[in-house]
Ligand binder design. Sequence first.
Ligand SMILES: [Ca+2]
Ligand SMILES: [Ca+2]
Ligand SMILES: [Ca+2]
Length: 283
Amino acid sequence: MVSLEEELELSMTYENFEDVPARKAASRRSVEDFNVPAAAPGMKMYRLVVVSFGLLCILQAALNISLRLTLFSQPNSLTEERDEMKRIYLDLEAGCNNLTEERDDLKRTLENYVSQQNSLTEERDEMKRINLDLEAGRNLLTEENHGLKRTLEEYAHYLQQGWVYFSGSFYRISSTMKPWQDSRRDCQQRGADLMIINSQEEQDFSRQYKNIIWIGLMDRDTEGEWTWVDGTQLTTSFWHSGEPNNYDKRNEDCVNINHHDHTNSWNDAPCENEYFWICEKKM
Ligand SMILES: [Ca+2]
Ligand SMILES: [Ca+2]
Ligand SMILES: [Ca+2]
């Protein structure tokens, strides 16, 4: 191994054989060699800057890619969303149209139903009215039927009792003689009253009976005011000549048919006198 002294000696020897320019060059090399260790921190900084720059480039690239992806993907997404929304809108529009048509159909159906209902209600009311009319007609017919039945029964009854029918009335001549008031009571007990003569025909009818017979005319309430038993005043009279006369100053207040051979056959006579009488039942 070469020692430090030997090395120094060799160096000095070497220096002795060399020229000055060589020494100066050697001197510059030694200075440069001396500066190498002093340049190491700059390298580190240089490397740090390079690495940082590279990282920035990578980040920039990543950012660019992200932005590009975002920018290129968003329009597609928006288009798809727009298309999707368009489809949804079209579906909704179609559904809305269907609902509108269904609503209109239901409306028409309801209107038809209401119309039919009104028509049925009118028909029902009309049938109800017809039914009520028919029922009223049936009741009227029933009443008329009952009325005719009663009339027929009355006709049969009076005919069986010997009454005579003439122009809407039944008549019956008594077989005994009584005063005017008792005669009237007999007629009333038979559902009738003393005869009321309303017409020439009825007057002629009354003259067929040849006995003296009481009729339903009197002036007992007021002398000279002749009144029928139904309360009506005398209008058409058939007094015999000279009647009424209160004959022989007697109080003659009741009327009988006395002069059968004459159209005017009536005579006033005392009510207490007893004569036959004629009842009339107006049908
Ligand atoms: Ca009469
Ligand atoms: Ca009189
Ligand atoms: Ca008289």
